[in-house]
Design a protein around this ligand. Structure first.
Ligand code: PLP
Length: 384
C-alpha cells in the first residue's frame, strides 16, 4: 500500500483524532491545504471587495472552470459552478417545460431530496414522477438497465439517473443507461453527486444531456462547490435557480453571478484538484475502491450478512446489511448511528432500506483497516 495513505494522510485533514471517520461520502472532508487556499481568496476579497467582485472574480472563475473542465473531460463552455448537486438538479428541473401527463423518471435508489424536487416539479406542472423499483441486493448492471428501459414511455420527458447512488453506494451502469434513454428519445440528467474524484470521468464522451456533480465530496473542495455541465445542444435552455444580472447573456454569465455570495469555495476547486493529483489520482481512486470493497467483504463475513450490490459495482463506498433483527425503521437506524458515534467513536451512516438496517462505509486516503475493525467490534457489541 502507498505509504502516503492511511495514518500518514490523516494529518493533512482537520478530522477529530478520536473518531473513526467512515463517512466521507456525506459531506466530504476538506484538506488543510485547500482550506488555506480558500482563506487566501477570502483575504483577497476582503482587502478590496469591489475590485475583487468586479475585476478579479470573472477571470478567476474562468480559470477555475478551465481546471475543472480539464479534470472532468468537459468543455468549459458547457460548465458552470453551482452551490451543490441539489442546485444543479433543481436548475434543470425548473428549466424544462413539463406539462400535464408528462413523466419524470427516476429510480428508487435516487437521493431522497432529488426525488422530492422531481415530485415538487411534477406537482406544479401536472406531470408525474415515475420511480423504478430496484430491490436489494442489486443483482448486476443488466437488472438495472432492464428495469429502467422497461419504465420509459412516450410520455417520459426526463430521466434523472444517479452515477453513484447515495444510501446503497451503487456505481450505476451510467453509459448504458444514457444510451437506452437516448435510444428512446429521452433526455438524461445525471446526478453525479459522488462521482467527481471517486471515478475517472470524461463528461463530453459520456454524452448526458446534463450532468451535475459535487466537488466538495470526493474532489476535496470546500463545501458549497459543485458544477452543472450541459451538452453542447443543451446550453441555451438551462437557467440558474437565481435569475440575476446575467440572464439571457449565455450560460456562464447567467450562472456566474447568482447575486452577492462568498465565491471562495468555487475558486478553491483547482486546489482540491491539485490535492487529488498530488496523491496520484489513479492511485488514490484505486486505493479507495480496493479498501471499500475489502472492508465491506470483511464486515459482511464478520456479521454473517451481505452487501447491497455486487463488488463489481462499488466505488469508494459500500453498503452492508447489519446483523440486527430490529424493525427496519428510520428511528431504529438513527438509534444505531447514535450509539456508534456516542459510545464507540465511529461515524458511519445507517439506513432502514426495505426490510433491513444497512450501513454505508466510505474509504478515503486517511482511512485504514483499523477504522473498519473498530466498526466491526462496535456493531458486534451493540448486537449483544
Ligand atoms: C446521489 C446524491 N445526490 C444528491 C446529493 C445532494 O448533494 P448536496 O447536498 O451537496 O446538494 C447527494 C448527497 O449526498 C447524493 O448522495
Amino acid at each position: 500500500m502507498n505509504n502516503r495513505f492511511g495514518r500518514a494522510a490523516r494529518a493533512e485533514f482537520c478530522l477529530d483524532e478520536a473518531v473513526a471517520f467512515l463517512n466521507h461520502g456525506s459531506f466530504g472532508a476538506t484538506p488543510r491545504a485547500v482550506l488555506a487556499a480558500q482563506d487566501r481568496w477570502r483575504a483577497t476579497m476582503e482587502r478590496q471587495p469591489v475590485h475583487f467582485m468586479g475585476r478579479l472574480l470573472p477571470r478567476a472563475l474562468d480559470a477555475a472552470r478551465a481546471a475543472l473542465g480539464d479534470f472532468l473531460g468537459a468543455d468549459p463552455a458547457g460548465l458552470v459552478f453551482v452551490e451543490n448537486a441539489s442546485a444543479g438538479v433543481n436548475s434543470v428541473l425548473r428549466s424544462l417545460p413539463f406539462g400535464p401527463g408528462d413523466e419524470i423518471l427516476a429510480t428508487a435508489l435516487g437521493y431522497p431530496a432529488v426525488l422530492n424536487a422531481a415530485r415538487y416539479t411534477a406537482a406544479r406542472t401536472g406531470a408525474r414522477l415515475v420511480t423504478v423499483a430496484l430491490p436489494l441486493p442489486i443483482r448486476g448492471p443488466a437488472a438495472i438497465c432492464d428495469a429502467v428501459a422497461a419504465a420509459l414511455t412516450p410520455r417520459t420527458r426526463l430521466a434523472i439517473l444517479d452515477h453513484v447512488t447515495s444510501a446503497t453506494a451503487c456505481v450505476m451502469p451510467i453509459a448504458a443507461l444514457i444510451e437506452a434513454c437516448r435510444g428512446a428519445g429521452v433526455p438524461v440528467l445525471v446526478d453525479g453527486a459522488h462521482a467527481p474524484g471517486m471515478l475517472a470521468l470524461a463528461l463530453d464522451d459520456l454524452g448526458a444531456d446534463w450532468y451535475t456533480g459535487n466537488c466538495h465530496k470526493w474532489l476535496f473542495a470546500p463545501k458549497g462547490a459543485a458544477f452543472l455541465h450541459a451538452r453542447r445542444d443543451r446550453r441555451d435552455g438551462v437557467h440558474p435557480l437565481v435569475i440575476s444580472h446575467g440572464v439571457d447573456n449565455g450560460l456562464h454569465a447567467a450562472f456566474d453571478w447568482p447575486g452577492t455570495r462568498d465565491f471562495t469555495a468555487w475558486l478553491a476547486v483547482p486546489d482540491g484538484i491539485a490535492f487529488h493529483r498530488s496523491h496520484d489520482s489513479e492511485a488514490l481512486r484505486t486505493h479507495n475502491c480496493r479498501l471499500a470493497a475489502a472492508m465491506a467483504a470483511e464486515l459482511a463475513t464478520r456479521w454473517g450478512t451481505g452487501p447491497a450490490v455486487p463488488p463489481s459495482m462499488l466505488g469508494s463506498m459500500a453498503t452492508v446489511r447489519l446483523p440486527f433483527a430490529d424493525a427496519a425503521t428510520p428511528e431504529a437506524a438513527l438509534r444505531v448511528h447514535d450509539r456508534l458515534i456516542d459510545d464507540h467513536g465511529v461515524e458511519v451512516p445507517v439506513w432502514a432500506i426495505g426490510e433491513a438496517l444497512w450501513l454505508r462505509i466510505s474509504a478515503q486516503i486517511y482511512n485504514e483497516p483499523a477504522d473498519y475493525r473498530r466498526l466491526a467490534d462496535a456493531v458486534a457489541a451493540i448486537a449483544h
